[in-house]
Design a protein around this ligand. Sequence first.
Ligand SMILES: Nc1ncnc2c1ncn2[C@@H]1O[C@H](COP(=O)(O)OP(=O)(O)OP(=O)(O)O)[C@@H](O)[C@H]1O
Ligand SMILES: [Mg+2]
Length: 436
Amino acid sequence: MRLSQYFLPLLKETPSEAQIASHRLMLRAGMIRQTAAGIYTWLPLGFRVLQKVEQIVREEQDAAGALELLMPTLQPAELWRESGRYEDYGEEMLRLKDRHEREMLYGPTNEELITEIFRQAVRSYRDLPKNLYHIQWKFRDEVRPRFGVMRGREFLMKDNYSFDVDKAASLVSYFRMFKAYMKTFKRMGLTPIPVRAATGPIGGDLSHEFHVQADTGESQLYFDSEIETLDENKLDPASPTVQDELLKWYAATDEKHDPAAFARVPEARRREARGIEVGQLFYFGTKYSAPMKATVAGPKGDTVAVEMGSYGIGVSRLVGAIIEAFHDEVGIIWPESVAPFRVGLVNLRPGDKECAEAGEQLYQRLMKAGIDTLYDEREESPGAKFAAMDLIGLPWQVVVGPRGLKQGVVEIKERKTGAKQELSPDAAVARLVGLR
Ligand SMILES: Nc1ncnc2c1ncn2[C@@H]1O[C@H](COP(=O)(O)OP(=O)(O)OP(=O)(O)O)[C@@H](O)[C@H]1O
Ligand SMILES: [Mg+2]
């Protein structure tokens, strides 16, 4: 992408409404703009990151055997009356009427709708297990939307729902998602902290939240530092002892915190930290299937309400959480897996014939090698160009300038470490291709 043709409205000033780094940086780097309180437009650069995050989530859901579908944002109120949540959900739910005076709502979550879809289609335990997911915008009329996309009113969530014949099978589905979540967040460069959590309006008796540590996080966590090195590959979701294995390491949100149990963790390993909740798992049995009559013929010819769980990931919140985890005083530092472009190619003197030719050639070669490159060929001061590149945080910068070219070299800079290296254009391309 040529920067002169791109849409990247950078801000020089720090926007006064932004209280935390990720919000400030997303506005300054031209990733988002606020449309209304807690409602954002994703500009091209931000949208690329959102799509990368979404794709990692999708790949790990698919790998775990979940099936993607797409439910609408608007739902009929009747479904929520069946579960009893229409009244319970309160002010957070955006309710509206269509032209026929039918009561509708903008979905804050989808347990009712998926249960309706399931009960229409599945009749026998032989068709179980099933695990269905979608990645769709949600609306929750939060009292205090803040921190940009971190706590929006409209936000993108991956939510899935598992259906099993009995509790034991449902817990296998639950821990399969546990594993998938660990993998998902690790692929984004994060160190997820899974903690025991309260269930809130979703209900049920088993729940874990996944957190990213950050001083600006809204949750209080208490955990054994050993949980940070948890290797999900060693967890067998089908093992009847998987729940106990996880209980070996203390990890809880403040609602579930048990000071006496925490005190038994060796002192050097006790951690109290703030966390950003990026995902949550719920096992809630028949909370929705019983009132909504989502039943199947069981193995003994009996009729059983299916056992369910639901699992959410805050896709749009993750973009903010990743920035909270990876930035410095001058800008964002994207992990490669979610970077909007891998390389920022800076031409210091686009008006100069040699620089223009060398820059263009490098750009063509990088693109041909399949490396997403943002080429800054604008007439701007070198200082402004470097500042822009550091701000938007692409993992690699390649700088083409008249002085280097005289010696037959360009400069490669790694954003994360600041380490610079001078290489011939050939070697620079080979290096960036090799790093992938
Ligand atoms: N207002 C919001 N803005 C952005 N992401 C959100 C918001 N609310 C929830 N999420 C994301 O969706 C995921 C699944 O939704 P869940 O129902 O667990 O949210 P929640 O527990 O109500 O979130 P929170 O406690 O942060 O309000 C959360 O883990 C979070 O990452
Ligand atoms: Mg939650």
